[in-house]
Design a binder for this molecule. Structure first.
Ligand code: NAG
Ligand code: NAG
Ligand code: NAG
Ligand code: NAG
Length: 269
């Protein structure tokens, strides 16, 4: 029993050690000319080095005048301008947080690679069901939360939501992830914050499965960085021939020593 506990603890520690979280950034809209412009600050999660997934209502005023800034440092105000914003085609700005497609992708020029520890998460399959527990991005950090199957507050929820216990330290754009053996999957995102907190009702997160096809579309992927082609040095045929000759010599020496050994063995016995 004790051994089993130790084994399980070992496996768990190994699994946790393997768990790497994606890069989370702060996202704000900022007017270059209007000092009274105000906007909620949201969270975004890096999908890869140049793309950030966030909530459309956090970035939908992006224009000539309004820039979208991101920040990767907890202590500093967001300062890096994003190059462009792509809102989901079904996003409805009149419905804002009630829109069923309140998702957007931000593109940044500068690579967000952070000392090699960057983890690019996957998005789930279009209709992938989620259960068990997951990690939720909250203000104090990633928190493990159970995924609730039965909604205690509503008799009917749409199939594209994921329910987790209510958490107060949550901002728009916070994501929910599940870690598998070889991949980490972003399964949900907070696209509206709870009205009452603390609340008996669970948080309703937008499932990201229905958006993976859109987000993974080649048109929404940055071109791969130009990579210097690796050239193998050319080896002249004479070198290969000499090498084969050398092999043959070593091989025959081996044969000779084998015969020598056998003879010695026979003599000694
Ligand atoms: C990103 O790069 C493009 C092409 O080099 C440039 O036109 C654009 O201004 C850059 N965007 C930002 C925000 O630096
Ligand atoms: C929210 O986070 C702050 C620290 O960022 C913490 O002091 C506070 O207790 C948290 N509140 C809840 C309800 O978890
Ligand atoms: C989410 O579910 C609702 C109701 O089931 C549906 O009307 C809506 O189109 C769905 N959204 C996506 C993006 O699949
Ligand atoms: C959710 O999907 C199930 C089948 O997978 C279907 O029977 C049910 O009506 C759907 N619910 C909503 C609200 O779309």
């Amino acid at each position: 029993m004790k051994l089993l506990t130790v084994l399980l603890a070992g496996i768990l520690t190994a699994a946790l050690a393997d768990l790497r979280f994606p890069l989370v950034v702060l996202v704000v809209q900022h007017s270059k000319t209007d000092p009274t412009f105000s906007s909620e600050s949201c969270r975004g999660t890096a999908l890869d080095e140049h793309r950030i997934l966030t909530v459309a209502s956090c970035v939908d005023r992006w224009s000539e005048d309004v820039e979208v800034l991101i920040g990767t440092s907890v202590c500093k105000a967001p300062d890096q301008p994003v190059d462009h914003v792509v809102l989901h085609p079904l996003y409805n700005p009149d419905l804002k947080t009630k829109s069923t497609a309140n998702v957007a992708i931000l593109f940044v020029n500068e690579s967000m690679q952070v000392d090699g520890s960057f983890l690019a998460p996957n998005l789930p399959g279009t209709s992938e069901k989620t259960s068990g527990s997951a990690f939720l991005d909250t203000t104090p950090g990633w928190q493990q939360v159970p995924i609730l199957q039965n909604n205690v507050c509503r008799s009917q929820t749409s199939n594209n939501t994921t329910l987790v216990p209510s958490t107060c330290n949550i901002t728009l754009g916070s994501t929910l992830l599940q870690s598998g053996l070889s991949r980490t999957t972003l399964i949900g995102m907070v696209t509206s914050t709870p009205d009452h907190c603390p609340s008996r009702c669970p948080l309703e997160l937008t499932s990201l499965g229905p958006f993976s096809h859109w987000a993974n579309h080649p048109k929404l992927r940055p071109p791969p960085p130009p990579r210097a082609a690796v050239q193998l040095p050319e080896v002249p045929a004479s070198v290969i021939f000499s090498f084969l000759k050398l092999l043959a010599v070593i091989g025959s020496l081996g044969g000779v020593s084998f015969v020598f050994c056998c003879v010695m063995f026979l003599i000694s016995s």
